[in-house]
Design a protein around this ligand. Structure first.
Ligand SMILES: Nc1ncnc2c1ncn2[C@@H]1O[C@H](COP(=O)(O)OP(=O)(O)OP(=O)(O)O)[C@@H](O)[C@H]1O
Ligand SMILES: [Mg+2]
Length: 499
């Protein structure tokens, strides 16, 4: 089929950056067109231009062959282009039905009276079509992230969208929720909707892409149909070099116990969790979303109050009630939710990276500016953070590059115990390999590392021991070499499902 949405020669510059350089892109009805590229390649910028959120400096967008003028978010929406951004845009206190029809309330006759019954009925129909188990009157605030995303898709259908843009929709979904999303995407394409899909998960691409466009440094390097190139070739196109996704070889030499957690409990989420990590050791924590892994780490560093439990660092009991206490005990956390806990958006990249290292870099009471700058520059290079320089405001970075800044901060603080919560979420393949190498290096330096990850290959490839959590408890612990994907899954699944 002919493309109905065409972008031609699109360029977009931000101060100091060419985000897009004469990009051509198009979308056909009923296809899933995947956008692939390293962090900062320009993917989000391109879809924001298609959705009318940014205005291009050059180039043209055509719908059904007609150039689009005054492309604003509402004009784009009326023209049938809907977007599911990574930060979901629903109004939390309104109901599901209100959210779906927000800005386009069903009207009666000539007057602009919204017909609530009709809205409800139509909502119910669409929820059913997409297999979403929610009530139209439920406030959105109470729904899980996956369901909220489902609502955004329902909204796209309700508005009779022709194009739906999804920017990293699965980065916070469980594997089950991801399957449900794929089924919904298939429904959309069956209805004739074209889908633009951004993801860093290469294995998803083989499953849902009809075409793949690879971007690098603001340019399109290739657009290929499904199956025309394999994963290795996609990676090569994306990063411009050969890259093997292997894990660093490491001979574990665990030293003395560095962190011990005893009988840790958090109301409703964590029930009597105990574990220990030695110097030079990587402890992996596997489990399904909602098993209490994030809550465990948060309670250890004092972000959430614990109802019971003791924490020992290097054999000595420590009283941690706040992240500041944790830092004092030399425990650092890379949080899962980088926006809520991670970044100070108004500050520079350097300030964000060195936030927890100020003490380390101060001499006789004066901050050693040189030292701070060097520290920031080291991590910018190491993690391939795409930024013009350390003084750039962190809020202007691409999603994945912001994530890297959060990781850099925890590592730069030089803590003895490093807790990593989903460190590679939203990170491109090249930088992932770099993060694996950094974890191995920290272990070699004698740090104790706790790694929470939903990617089993990552846990299996990096961890010396693996604890599996299920429903707030550790259900099983494996020694290195003892675990397989299957045995981890068996220990992670709810008891009734496993039986
Ligand atoms: N509002 C902005 N102000 C300044 N620079 C920006 C802005 N938005 C994006 N950029 C820059 O444009 C470039 C492309 O960013 P974009 O967000 O499109 O990348 P991306 O491909 O979506 O990356 P990621 O995979 O990390 O999400 C980056 O260098 C980014 O720093
Ligand atoms: Mg992005």
């Amino acid at each position: 089929m002919e493309p109905f949405l065409v972008a031609e020669g699109i360029s977009k510059r931000f101060p100091g950056v060419v985000a897009l350089d004469r990009v051509d892109f198009d979308l056909r009805p009923s296809e899933v067109h995947v956008l692939l590229g390293e962090n900062g390649a320009g993917k989000s910028t391109l879809v924001k231009i298609l959705a009318g959120a940014y205005r291009p400096d050059e180039g043209e967008i055509r719908l059904d062959g007609v150039p689009v003028r005054a492309h604003t978010p509402s004009a784009a929406r009326l023209a049938g282009i809907s977007t599911v951004y990574q930060e979901l845009a629903l109004a939390p206190d309104m109901s599901v039905a209100q959210n779906i029809f927000l800005g386009r309330e069903a009207t009666h006759g000539r007057g602009a009276i919204l017909d609530i019954e009709e809205m409800r009925a139509r909502t119910r129909e669409l929820l059913h079509l997409l297999d979403l188990d929610v009530e139209p009157d439920e406030p959105v605030r109470r729904l899980s992230l996956a369901k909220r995303q489902g609502i955004e898709i329902v909204r796209a259908l309700a508005w009779k969208s022709r194009a739906l843009i999804m920017d990293e929709p699965t980065s916070s979904l469980s594997s089950h929720e991801t399957e449900e999303l794929f089924a919904r995407v298939a429904r959309l394409t069956a209805e004739g909707v074209g889908v633009i899909y951004i993801s860093h998960r290469l294995e998803e691409i083989e499953r849902i892409a009809d075409r793949v466009t690879v971007m690098r440094d603001g340019r399109v390097v290739a657009t290929v149909p499904r199956g025309a190139v394999d994963q290795a070739e996609l990676i090569r196109l994306m990063v411009g070099r050969q890259l093997s996704e292997t894990f660093p070889l490491r001979v574990p030499r665990p030293g003395d116990e560095m962190l011990r957690v005893e009988d840790l409990s958090v109301p409703e989420t964590v029930h009597g969790v105990s574990f220990s990590v030695r110097a030079g050791e990587v402890l992996g924590i596997a489990g399904l979303i909602g098993a209490g892994r994030t809550e465990t780490l948060r309670a250890v560093v004092g972000l959430d109050p614990k109802s019971a439990g003791r924490i020992f660092v290097a054999g000595r009991p420590v009283d941690i009630r706040s992240p500041r206490d944790a830092l004092g005990a030399r425990i650092g956390l890379v949080p899962e939710d980088r926006h809520a806990q991670g970044l100070v958006l108004g500050m520079s990249v350097q300030q964000n990276i060195t936030l927890a290292s100020l003490k380390m870099c101060s001499r006789r009471g004066f901050l050693a500016f040189r030292a701070l700058r060097d520290l920031a520059e080291r991590y910018i290079a190491r993690l391939r953070i795409k930024v013009a320089g350390p003084s750039v405001s962190v809020g202007t970075l691409s999603g994945g590059n912001q994530q890297k800044v959060v990781i850099a901060r925890a590592l730069a603080a030089g803590s003895d115990v490093v807790l990593l919560d989903e460190p590679t979420r939203g990170i491109d393949v090249g930088a992932k390999a770099e993060i694996y190498e950094l974890v191995a290096e920290l272990a070699r330096e004698g740090k104790a590392i706790v790694l929470v990850s939903s990617e089993l290959t990552e846990i299996l490839g990096l961890a010396d021991r693996i604890a599996v959590m299920r429903e707030g408890r550790i259900s099983r612990t494996f020694e290195r070499g003892e675990a397989t994907q299957e045995s981890i899954m068996a220990a992670a699944l709810p008891i009734e499902a496993a039986a």
